[in-house]
Design a binder for this molecule. Structure first.
Ligand code: CA
Length: 226
């Protein structure tokens, strides 16, 4: 899951980004509204965390543009403007949630989890695929009840495949949802991470639950995991 944090207070922006990275999300940072605008229409993000008072382009204007171009984009507004009218206009413009500064990082994490889970599952924090269970709250995966020790990248790849069970996911899509904007897309890293992920899963499950097909990509094969 890839998140864009748009916040011009650099310390706060970096703090949020580092916290979410610890929670195994992929995070890009933007300190300027105009730069965020450009970034948003190049890269797909699963969630945008958006401050309202920004240099370059105001957060509410940016939100208006996002809504016009990408109605399905999830946006969490973050702002010191605590007044009711700002809150209402943010929600009227289609923000999915609103958090007033100062806030607790744990509160932010909880809102992020809820927003990212919403389109896939209701209430339940566990995603199941055969013998694999992904806990979206604890941010860990277990196989036959035992936690599998995964790196953040391996976890992200498996999370994406589990949330899109039955669908073929190509390298480009994985790349767009799991790697930061400044990573090198021409390297072999996806294949490397998938191969170590497969090895770990095979050790636990006794088989490889990830299918590969040339030209289609990767798919989590639930049946093999039954
Ligand atoms: Ca600001």
């Amino acid at each position: 899951m890839r998140i864009l944090v748009v916040e011009d207070e650099q310390l706060l922006c970096d703090g949020i980004a580092e916290d979410l990275e610890m929670e195994k999300y992929t995070v890009d940072r933007c300190y300027d509204g105009a730069e965020a605008h450009e970034r948003l229409f190049v890269d797909p993000y699963d969630l945008v965390i958006l401050d309202l008072n920004l240099p370059g382009m105001d957060g509410l204007d940016l939100l208006r543009e996002i809504r016009a171009e990408r109605p399905e984009q999830k946006v969490l507004i973050l702002s010191a403007r605590a007044s009711l009218s700002d809150k209402v206009s943010g929600l009227d413009l289609g923000a999915d949630d609103y958090l007033t500064k100062p806030f607790d990082l744990e509160e932010l994490e909880a809102r992020v989890r809820t927003l990212l889970r919403r389109e896939y599952i209701q209430r339940n924090t566990l995603v199941q695929a055969g013998d694999l269970t992904l806990d979206t709250r604890a941010r860990e995966v277990s196989a036959q009840g035992q936690v599998v020790s995964l790196t953040p990248r391996e976890f992200s790849i498996l999370e994406y495949l589990m949330l899109h069970q039955g669908q073929w996911i190509n390298q480009e899509e994985l790349w767009e949802h799991i790697w930061e904007a400044d990573a090198d897309p021409f390297s072999n890293v996806i294949r490397m991470h998938i191969s170590t992920l497969r090895r770990k899963l095979r050790e636990r499950l006794g088989h490889d639950p990830i299918e590969t097909k040339i030209g289609r990509g990767y798919r989590l094969n639930e049946e093999a995991a039954l």
